[in-house]
Design a protein around this ligand. Structure first.
Ligand code: SF4
Length: 299
């Protein structure tokens, strides 16, 4: 196998299937995942959340192929990362224009004047992807809500999910583990239902699909990823899978089928209130989005 020296992800597609066979395999897997977990049941208006990464165009294209009658909008959040975010935006603009998909573009800097890059010299410098995850979640939900969408598909795939699961299990974070599932429906009218159609698909499969279907994707890697905990975590998972074949899929399966039902019984359900500053749902008096900027004096 050839892997990226930086993050351990598969760099070259080395699947045995020919392109046509692989395309069918990938799209069938996306379709089966959506149907198996009832992701689109009761969903009237669907949006795909896009900000970076290779999963986004793969997810959008697979949706066009397997659910041709389902209309969706792409919401692109420009994270303001130099030499990266603008390229990601240009790629998604071309993709939407070529495929006649409605596109809504927002800049993170328009939300509060900051970008992910402002975390570089803060306490988050080594876990910047964690901060990025918190920062992306809030505006994506708010944009979807304000535009009347009731389902938001994200491109979190198997590698992303297993990396998070691994961390949460070794740290015993029960309350967070219960939120790791293919469909998250909060019941709160201000939180849009999140679905993860790529949850059973690996980084390598996403990349091979893009190449097989000749879909354009951003060539640059995020400059903040190098040396981050997220990248080191993914490299560790790759090493484990070398010794435990199919480890990623097994961990996801065991989590969903065996542990999740038990964890749901004992996890405390956080009671949500309105953030004192923005009125969005929050566990604390100030929501995690505004808190992360205030606590760590970015900029
Ligand atoms: Fe954000 Fe990390 Fe992805 Fe860069 S690699 S866009 S910092 S999550």
């Amino acid at each position: 196998m050839e892997r990226c020296d930086g993050c351990g992800r598969i760099e070259k597609p080395l699947f045995k299937l020919e392109n046509t066979g692989f395309i069918k395999y990938y799209e069938k897997k996306v379709k089966n995942t959506v149907l198996k977990y009832g992701m689109l049941e009761d969903a009237r208006r669907l949006a795909l959340a896009v900000s970076d990464g290779k999963g986004s165009p793969a997810l959008a294209r697979a949706f066009l192929e397997v659910f041709p009658k389902i209309k969706f909008t792409i919401i692109h959040l420009n994270l303001g990362i130099p030499n990266y975010s603008d390229e990601c935006q240009e790629v998604v603009e071309r993709f939407c224009s070529e495929n006649s998909i409605q596109l809504l573009i927002y800049g993170l800097s328009n939300c509060n004047g900051y970008s992910i890059y402002d975390f570089v010299n803060t306490a988050f410098s080594k876990r910047i992807c964690g901060a990025c995850g918190v920062v992306k979640r809030y505006p994506m939900n708010k944009i979807a809500l304000e535009n009347g969408f009731d389902a938001l598909a994200t491109f979190h795939n198997l590698d992303d999910t297993v990396k998070i699961l691994f961390n949460l299990y070794i740290n015993g974070k029960i309350d967070e583990l219960v939120r790791i599932k293919p469909l998250i429906s909060s019941g709160n009218p201000k939180i849009v239902r999140k679905i993860k159609p790529l949850i059973e698909i690996t980084d390598g499969e996403d990349l091979h699909y893009l190449i097989s279907r000749e879909i354009e994707f951003a060539n640059s890697e995020c400059p903040l990823a190098k040396g981050s905990r997220m990248v080191r975590g993914k490299k560790l998972i790759v090493k484990i899978e070398d010794g435990v074949p199919n480890f990623k899929y097994l961990l996801l399966k065991v989590h969903l089928k065996r542990f999740l039902p038990l964890l749901e019984e004992c996890a405390s359900q956080p009671s949500l209130r309105e953030c004192e500053k923005c009125d969005m749902p929050s566990v604390d008096s100030i929501c995690s989005f505004l808190n992360i900027f205030e606590d760590h004096t970015v900029g």
